[in-house]
Design a protein around this ligand. Structure first.
Ligand SMILES: [Zn+2]
Length: 357
């Protein structure tokens, strides 16, 4: 392994936890196909050439306690022993929930450790269940343990990592991660999401963080059906300058792919070109700010047919490869009204956030 190594951490036992609902119920979309079909696609399309693969190590419950309350962790243990039960809104247990969730957590922590080391530049944990809706004390929204948050806390215990930026590109607001780090000035949390009052948390751009951490929580809400152009403008005008100003040691990405235009749950309108764009920009930031690297952890993304191309585009961007032409890249008409409305919102966010940069 060298400083330029890119790694993929593949979940062991991803087929164990299955929510007790069949498709097309929302919980049914968060299923093992998301991992198995993505891996199959990546292998068949030679997208993992040059990438080092590992299996997820399993985390332990004490590590989950770095972020979560003993009550939450104990509840996941008990419900898994019982084999069923509701832990929170849209968060249902199965007998294999605990082991699957601990593998997802172990994968995220290993990805973070690799990216922080001198022997890897970028790492990607292809794991489930997702984590970014889980708060300190509540599982919800298909999430049980907040994988990225725990991995970040673990890194910050390491004296070589003082500041972490978490960029959440899932379609939905990362309410759990926002809550966990809302008063922590060592973590900058940036979430680009569909602005939806039915979602968990609010995700408004006036939520800026608390106390010494004021200005380190940055929300970029976009309108439903927002296209690639709006998303990339949001990145260029808000996300990039914010990261440059914060100057972290490492970037964590909550890599949800449910903003894809074919996703059955998310309602944004982007495709794999934007995922390549973001990965390419993150690689440039790692280079220009002399960071240790970045680690990516799968969050949402519920069309297993496009998760493969989206992850491929991400890995290509991180490897500084040109934009790949992939089957999901369909030409779609941009709605001028949405573009204008987003430009207006993005300008307001720049004005709100600028005093803290
Ligand atoms: Zn989502």
């Amino acid at each position: 392994m060298s400083r330029d190594t890119i790694t993929l951490i593949e979940q062991s036992g991803c087929d164990q936890h299955v929510a007790p609902f069949t498709k097309p119920h929302m919980e049914g979309f968060e299923n093992p196909d998301r991992i198995t079909m993505t891996l199959q696609y990546l292998e068949e399309n030679n997208a993992l050439d040059g990438i080092l693969k590992f299996k997820t190590p399993i985390a332990n419950c004490e590590e989950a306690l770095l972020v979560h309350s003993p009550y939450l962790v104990h509840s996941v243990e008990i419900m898994s022993e019982l084999g069923s039960g509701q832990l929170g809104e849209s968060a249902y247990a199965s007998e294999n929930l605990l082991s699957t969730a601990l593998h997802a957590l172990g994968g995220a922590m290993f990805a973070a450790e690799l990216a922080a080391s001198d022997s890897c530049r970028h790492s990607f944990a292809l794991v489930r269940p997702p984590g970014h809706h889980a708060t300190t004390s509540s599982s919800m929204g298909l999430c049980f343990f907040n994988n990225v948050a725990v991995a970040t806390r673990k890194l910050l215990k390491d004296e070589e990592v003082k500041k972490v930026t978490i960029l959440d590109i899932d379609d939905h607001f990362g309410n759990g991660t926002a809550e966990i780090f809302y008063d922590d000035p060592s973590v900058q949390f940036i979430s680009i999401h569909e602005y939806n009052h039915d979602s968990f948390g609010l995700g408004h751009f006036r939520e800026l963080g608390q106390g010494e951490a004021k200005g380190t929580n940055i929300n970029v809400p976009l309108y439903e059906e927002s296209p690639d152009a709006s998303y990339q403008t949001a990145f260029t005008k808000v996300v990039k300058p914010a990261i440059e100003s914060f100057n972290p040691d490492i970037i964590a990405v909550s890599a949800g792919y449910d903003a894809h235009f074919t996703d059955p749950i998310g309602d944004l309108n982007i495709d794999s070109r934007t995922y390549w764009f973001i990965a390419n920009e993150i690689e440039r930031l790692v280079s220009s700010l002399s960071m240790k690297g970045s680690f990516w952890v799968l969050e949402g993304g519920y069309n297993p047919l496009v998760l493969g191309p989206c992850v491929q585009a991400t890995l290509d961007g991180l490897q500084k490869r040109p934009l790949p032409q992939l089957a999901d890249q369909e030409e779609r008409d941009d709605d001028d009204t949405i573009l204008r409305a987003n430009t207006n919102v993005i300008n307001k966010i720049v004005k709100t956030v600028s005093p803290f940069l």
